[in-house]
Design a protein around this ligand. Structure first.
Ligand code: MSP
Length: 518
């Protein structure tokens, strides 16, 4: 059987910004999916990177008296370092100043010029200089002629530009949305895009002449390619689709482009139209998450509630990297509403799910095996007077977790795995092995109970591994089992824990003092 591929991407991040919770969040979501897909035996390509061209980078570099390339190198390195810092398992890191990216963008744009999808024309519109984005009369009016991001007035601008013939794709895009209701998720975001799409599409300028830090238009170096077009191409240049040798092309189309809600239009409308013009298959889903706010308010440096790397570090120091990942994934803005990052909530979630559920269950089970069986996993041959069909509980939870991961329902995937852990706890309370331990005639029953517990725990730990990999590795060490390297399907079957295996007691998530952001 040929191995299925999975391709997931983050947006590429602007190098004139420093990484913060937003960037870490999107990348962590993709990381969880990539890890889970690898566990399920798929051939995965997980891409992230940096968006390095444009007037903002040129201006910031000027202010610091360095070249735009030097600024880009410096900040791309910071973004690259967070991959290691947060155990993010990206397969590649693309930079839009990579010569390989630049030359492919030129090849791809030449193709669009040749097909007539890109043409030279006059442009008049409302320009948001901060966002480097043009607005049509309609959308500018709706915005009250102000930038939706900076609040600064939009300016009327005219220039000769190269245009992409977006208007020609109106019908095809409408059909795409009608035929593939899951093309944009969640559905409320899809409705927003559809609403705007129905207002009608106009051609979009894709070149600029007011600055030079960008990829020159083929055969017309006065013009540089608009940074957004340059950036969108990263998803295919990273796979060499603009090269002769397209070995990595096997990963295209992407299963998920994961983006924040503010950049959905580019991904859900402009990008598919460009791909249609290039005759390339379309991504399967654009997943747009909402935003983190902080302690109930929009994040801002002046309010002092900005969650940058320094702030994140404090949480990792106190609670661990896995606790950070767990909070992001289970409490984050995956749906249509923004999510609040609050120190007190973080603490409660840590206690409820990690200390009292995963940690407590693992330490109870391992401690009892150590105490009653000298640390050797008992055999599963006693009769248990409790109607719990562990084999079916675990196989159902594994199937649920797997299908939720496939559909990028990460919170549901975690919940399915956690449900096993919760049932182990309940099972311990109802079968009361600690009482049976006092009766020598009940040794076999006691062993059987603890076997069910440790086996169920082992299975849940494989499902939880993509979210809390460090702690699950620690648990696997203690249980003397290995995280399967490739396909986990055999490892997820009931009975993998060998009786007689020597295990050790574990304390995975210690109780900690409540951390405030001071
Ligand atoms: N360079 C463009 C993307 C080009 S993709 C072809 C860009 N870069 S960015 O540095 O501004 O990063 C935007 C992304 O950061 C968002 O789409 C989102 O993934 C993440 N976030 C930024 N702030 C965020 C929050 N407050 N909350 C959650 N994520 C947000 O746009």
């Amino acid at each position: 059987m040929t191995q299925e591929t999975r391709y997931i991407t983050t947006p590429i991040y602007y190098v004139n910004d420093k990484p913060h919770i937003g960037h870490v969040y999107t990348t962590t979501l993709c990381d969880v999916y990539a890890r889970a897909m690898r566990n399920f035996g798929h051939d995965v390509f997980f891409l992230t990177g940096t968006d390095e061209h444009g007037v903002k980078v040129e201006e910031s570099a000027q202010k610091r008296g360095i070249t735009p390339q030097a600024l880009a190198d410096e900040n791309a390195a910071v973004f690259q370092s967070i991959m290691e810092m947060f155990s993010l398992t990206n397969d590649a890191f693309i930079r839009t100043t990579d010569p390989k990216h630049e030359s492919q963008v030129q090849t791809l744009v030449s193709g669009l010029l040749a097909s007539g999808d890109v043409y030279l024309g006059d442009f008049e519109g409302w320009y948001d200089s901060g966002q480097e984005e043009y607005h049509t009369e309609n959308s500018a009016r709706e915005l009250d002629y102000k930038s939706p991001i900076s609040g600064k007035p939009l300016v009327r601008a005219t220039e000769k530009n190269y245009y992409f013939r977006l208007s020609a794709y109106q019908k095809k895009l409408e059909k795409l949305f009608a035929d593939h209701p899951d093309f944009v998720r969640p559905s409320s975001r899809r409705n927003e895009v559809l609403g705007r799409l129905r207002e009608g599409l106009q051609d979009v300028p894709i070149s600029r002449t007011n600055f030079s830090w960008g990829i020159p238009m083929p055969d017309d170096p006065e013009h540089v390619i608009y940074v957004w077009i340059d950036a969108l191409f990263n998803y295919i240049t990273a796979l060499d689709l603009g090269e002769e040798d397209k070995t990595l092309g096997k990963y295209w189309p992407a299963n998920y482009h994961v983006v924040g809600k503010e950049i959905l239009w580019f991904h859900a409308v402009i990008w598919p139209a460009i791909l249609m013009a290039l005759d390339l298959p379309l991504p399967k889903c654009i997943y747009a998450h909402s935003f983190w706010i902080s302690e109930g308010r929009k994040m801002s440096k002046s309010l002092g509630n900005f969650i940058d790397l320094k702030e994140i570090d404090k949480y990792i120091d106190v609670y661990s990297m896995d606790a950070w990942r767990f909070y992001l994934v289970t409490q984050g803005p995956l749906g249509a509403t923004d999510a609040d990052f609050a120190a007190a909530k973080f603490h409660d979630v840590y206690n409820a799910h990690l200390v009292n559920t995963v940690g407590n269950c693992a330490s109870r089970v391992t401690a009892m095996i150590e105490k009653y069986f000298d640390g050797a996993v008992p055999a599963d041959n006693g009769e248990i007077f409790a109607e719990t069909d562990w084999k079916s509980i675990c196989s159902k939870a594994a199937a649920c977790s797997q299908s939720a991961m496939e559909t990028f329902s990460l919170q549901e995937a975690v919940e399915c795995a956690m449900s096993i852990v919760r049932q182990v706890d309940l099972f311990i309370n109802t079968t009361a092995p600690f009482k049976l331990a006092k009766d020598e005639t009940k040794q076999e029953e006691l062993g059987a109970i603890l076997y069910q517990c440790i086996e169920a725990l082992r299975i849940s730990s494989i499902l939880l591994h993509p979210v809390i990999p460090v702690k699950m590795d620690e648990l696997h060490n203690a249980l003397n089992v290995e995280m399967p390297k490739q396909n986990t399907s055999t490892a997820l079957e009931w009975g993998g824990m060998e009786p007689g295996t020597t295990i050790q007691k574990v304390a995975l998530f210690p109780r900690v003092e409540f951390a405030t952001s001071e």
